[in-house]
Design a protein around this ligand. Structure first.
Ligand SMILES: Nc1nc2c(ncn2[C@@H]2O[C@H](COP(=O)(O)OP(=O)(O)O)[C@@H](O)[C@H]2O)c(=O)[nH]1
Ligand SMILES: [Mg+2]
Length: 645
């Protein structure tokens, strides 16, 4: 199936989950189970799902045919070569294509913005800082013309280029341009393109990155944008093989971004048409493709299955001219089905896991609670059916017993409230230990030192110092977490032991993930620093950018930790609280029932019939929930299987 159709299916599938979560929210409200915390959690999840995007990043040295490949994969039906692709050294700026309801436009950020201490993420939130060109989506040729602006260049002095971090001594030497006083630099630093293309509307985002140079000078691109893409498509050209700079790019930017798992990665060997007129004939051609694949796989250290030989140019031509034979010859289909099957399926799994992780505990809690309610009501009915209510002594005895039970229970509920207060104090300590203020304090303290020493050596020392302090901060939080966990477990155990409460395994908060992520950022920063040092002179704008990228990533992780700790402390005791409330209600209704029976002996049967009638709505409530969980597509996750109604 074509990528287009698969993406469509995927976005429908996602919409079904959204609807199921909406249904769950209504279900909670209908049965009086909604509370501000859970509503918040559900709304966050819904928000996350509606912002879900599939980002494909295309990375390669210039002139490998990235842009042509994007045109042929996604925009052939416009009938034109939509994005500018030209021979030689195109300097198209990093470009993001997506759909924004706000309109159809190209937004361009000027290259001088590199000197500012503002991140791309922050710039993106401020449209006023961008130069906007409106797009007329009914006219592909108007769009095509507008896109030409993406490759605009201008001539500046060497000093100016150096100031912007765009002067590369080594490269200039290679090109024999060392003695030039003027250099050509791109006018734009970054481009955002929005238009209502079907694929983009369904959540596809495309990131077209220019060559090694741009990646080496924009740490945010390598350290933030590439790693967060769902797939990176690395493009080689069949006529050049894996060159030195391809390899450098692969090692310093692609491998970093993909980590060891190499998940979501495809290597495209483009321009196979350059081998078509080979004198060797059809068999020779196949053999040479196979041997190129083997070679490249060995050099890059990836599986041969990840390498896709294609001709982007012929594929685009074939699609525009509806030439099926040529399209087949271009071999684009192999890449398309990999993107659909592998990337989209992976995304599906991730999404399912995210839903399960974020709202699984809520759903699980609801399921347990409705089950407990039903079981208790059934047990009570069974008991009442056996009792001889004609014997008034018996009824009185039962009432006295129940009242006693009620009293001890109330005392215990008070104890619970006390434990809850202790928990709140403890939880607040945990949340505070990860507070923004504390983190910022550490960052500002080290930032001063950083400003003083922007040599790559000084930077290494300072970053190390910063991370040491952040590690300490997390370690403090680990200790507080452990105490908080013990407390939560103890509270649960008490109610389980004394009242046979069903074991609801409390969700436990862990710092490990954040520690891991922090180490990861540190290592990636080091890798980038050591790999890009050739382009980094002292006091260079790139060094500063690397700094702020690393810092903002670290800050992001800690912010996440803080938010998760807050959510956790707000919700971890709520299943227990609901159970306590239900248990209290249950004792009360038993008392009420016994009272009724003792007052009007004749109506025993009616009372029991009433009790029996209450079972049906409870069952109904439970069944509804099971259907909803099924629609959420997380019903095959083991912890949801314990309910046996
Ligand atoms: N022969 C051949 N040339 C191609 C192919 N794809 C792209 N090119 C050419 O390679 C040059 C660079 O392409 P472009 O898409 O701008 O490369 P980018 O810099 O990686 O984005 C252009 O002249 C394209 O026409 C292909 O499949 N076959
Ligand atoms: Mg390009």
């Amino acid at each position: 199936m074509e990528f287009k159709e698969q993406l469509h299916e995927y976005s429908q599938w996602r919409e079904e989950i959204v609807q199921a979560i909406e249904m769950y929210r209504e279900w909670r409200t209908r049965y009086g189970l909604s509370d501000p915390n859970s509503t918040d959690t559900l709304l966050n999840m819904l928000n996350g799902l509606s912002n879900d995007r599939i980002t494909l990043a295309f990375a390669a040295e210039f002139s490998r045919g990235k842009t042509e490949l994007i045109n042929s994969l996604f925009f052939a039906e416009t009938g034109v070569r939509l994005l500018p692709s030209a021979p030689g050294r195109t300097t198209m700026c990093p470009t993001e294509l997506f759909y924004d309801e706000a309109g159809s436009y190209i937004r361009l950020l000027n290259i001088e913005s590199r000197l500012e201490d503002t991140s791309l993420v922050e710039f993106k939130q401020n449209p006023a800082r961008w130069t906007q060109i409106d797009l007329n989506c009914d006219s592909p040729t108007q769009m095509q013309a507008a896109f030409k602006e993406l490759v605009a260049v201008k001539t500046v002095s060497k000093a100016e280029a150096d100031k912007l971090g765009l002067w590369n001594e080594r490269e200039a030497a290679e090109l024999g341009m060392l003695d030039r006083n003027e250099v050509e630099i791109p006018c734009w630093r970054h481009a955002l393109i929005s238009f209502p293309h079907a694929l983009l509307k369904e959540g596809l985002c495309i990131l077209d990155t220019p060559g090694l140079n741009a990646l080496g000078t924009e740490p945010e691109l390598t350290l933030n944008m590439l790693p967060s893409a769902h797939a990176i498509i690395f493009v080689l050209a069949a006529d050049t093989g894996v060159t030195k700079s391809d390899l450098e790019m692969w090692r310093n930017h692609i491998s970093i971004a993909r980590g060891s798992g190499k998940q979501g990665l495809a290597v495209v060997m483009n321009k196979i048409d350059s081998m078509w007129d080979d004198l060797a004939g059809e068999t020779g051609y196949d053999a040479s493709i196979i041997s190129q694949i083997k070679n490249s796989a060995a050099i890059l250290g990836v599986s041969e299955k990840l390498i896709f030989p294609v001709s982007a140019k012929q594929a685009l031509l074939a699609k525009i001219k509806s030439d099926d034979a040529l399209l087949e010859k271009s071999r684009l289909a192999g890449l398309e089905s990999y993107l659909s099957d592998d990337i989209l399926n992976h995304r599906r799994n991730i999404l399912m896991e995210t839903v399960a992780r974020n709202i699984g505990f809520l759903v699980n809690e609801s399921l347990s609670l409705t089950e407990i309610k039903y079981n208790n009501a059934t047990a009570q009915l069974k008991e009442f059916k056996k009792i001889d209510f004609e014997n008034s002594d018996m009824t009185g005895k039962l009432m006295a017993e129940t009242r006693d039970r009620q009293n001890t229970y109330l005392v215990n509920v008070e104890n619970f409230q006390a434990s809850r207060r202790v928990f709140s104090v403890q939880a607040k300590m945990l949340v505070d230990s990860l507070a923004k203020e504390r983190i910022d304090e550490v960052i500002y303290r080290t930032k001063d030192d950083m400003a003083k020493s922007l040599t790559t050596y000084g930077m290494k020392q300072n970053i190390r110092k910063l991370f040491d302090e952040l590690r300490d901060l997390l370690q403090d939080a680990v200790d507080t977490t452990n105490e908080t966990r013990r407390l939560v477990k103890a509270i649960h155990k008490k109610f389980r032991d004394e009242y046979g409460f069903k074991e609801i395994e409390p969700q436990l908060f862990s710092i490990k993930q954040y520690q891991f992520e922090l180490e990861q950022i540190f290592e990636e920063g080091e890798l980038f620093r050591s790999s890009a040092k050739t382009t980094m002179t002292e006091q260079s704008v790139v060094v500063k950018k690397l700094y702020s990228t690393i810092i903002s990533k670290a800050r992001e992780v800690l912010k996440h930790a803080n938010k998760d700790a807050t959510t956790w402390s707000n919700s971890v005791l709520s299943p227990l609280m609901h159970q306590i409330k239900d248990h209290k209600k249950q004792i009360e209704s038993r008392l009420q029932m016994l009272r009724k029976i003792s007052e009007s002996k004749g109506n025993v049967e009616e009372s029991i019939a009433n009790l029996a009638a209450e079972l049906e709505p409870l069952k109904q409530q439970h069944m509804e929930l099971r259907m909803i969980i099924k629609a959420m597509k997380i019903d095959n996750i083991s912890e949801y299987k314990n309910a046996n109604l």
